[in-house]
Design a protein around this ligand. Structure first.
Ligand SMILES: [Zn+2]
Length: 205
């Protein structure tokens, strides 16, 4: 693409780094921004800068948060003794949208994937084990998509947690999740959380 302006080229190049955005779409977005009022574009830019500079991760559950401890972990209404383990923030949002879950979370920050060189030590697994061993926990729900990486991660977590002799459950299987938790519709996901099953049942079969 030949640009008549270096400023235009730089902006297009930045936008085209985003997932799913090719150069043509990037150009369309940049030209759109150019037609907006300067204050609007400034607000847009500032929101991104502020997001990157000020965002925190909850020191308890590792979810994205504005504070050291996220709103869910600090809420008196949430049941702290039930921990729902998920891959990332999108899954927290998906489960929250079901309005069927009132416990707390633990965000792993990814899944075990030997192919991609991601091992247990790259994820927030030790802090989960620490939570289970140092705070009263009644149940750990492994709300992880049943993909190959998901299954590997679930099995690894089960091995690490079973010594604590607390119920370890998984969200009901056999329901079409569309592969990823975040794509499951709210009713289906909500139902699968309510009808979660002990993990032992699925490995003894
Ligand atoms: Zn938290």
């Amino acid at each position: 693409m030949n640009f008549s302006s270096k400023l235009l080229e730089d902006a297009v190049n930045e936008f085209s780094q985003l997932p799913g955005i090719g150069q043509k779409t990037a150009l369309r977005l940049v030209l759109h921004l150019l037609n907006r009022e300067p204050e609007e574009v400034e607000r847009f830019g500032n929101a991104i800068i502020k997001l990157r500079q000020e965002i925190k991760h909850c020191t308890i559950c590792h979810n994205i948060s504005d504070n050291e401890i996220c709103e869910i972990c600090s809420s008196a209404k949430r049941e702290k003794e039930i921990i729902c383990v998920v891959e990332d923030t999108r899954d927290v949002m998906a489960v929250e949208n079901t309005s069927q879950y009132f416990g707390v979370y633990h965000v792993l920050g990814g899944l075990i994937s030997p192919m991609d060189g991601i091992g247990p030590s790259d994820l927030f697994i030790d802090t989960l084990v620490q939570r289970v061993s140092t705070t009263p926990v009644k149940e750990v729900i492994l709300a992880i998509s049943p993909t190959m990486e998901g299954d590997t991660t679930i099995f690894y977590l089960y091995k690490r947690l079973k010594a604590f002799q607390i119920p370890i459950t998984t969200i009901a299987r056999g329901i079409a999740f569309g592969g990823e938790l975040e794509y499951a519709d709210e009713i289906t996901l909500g139902r699968s959380i309510v009808t979660r099953v002990p993990y032992e049942n699925s490995i003894l079969k």
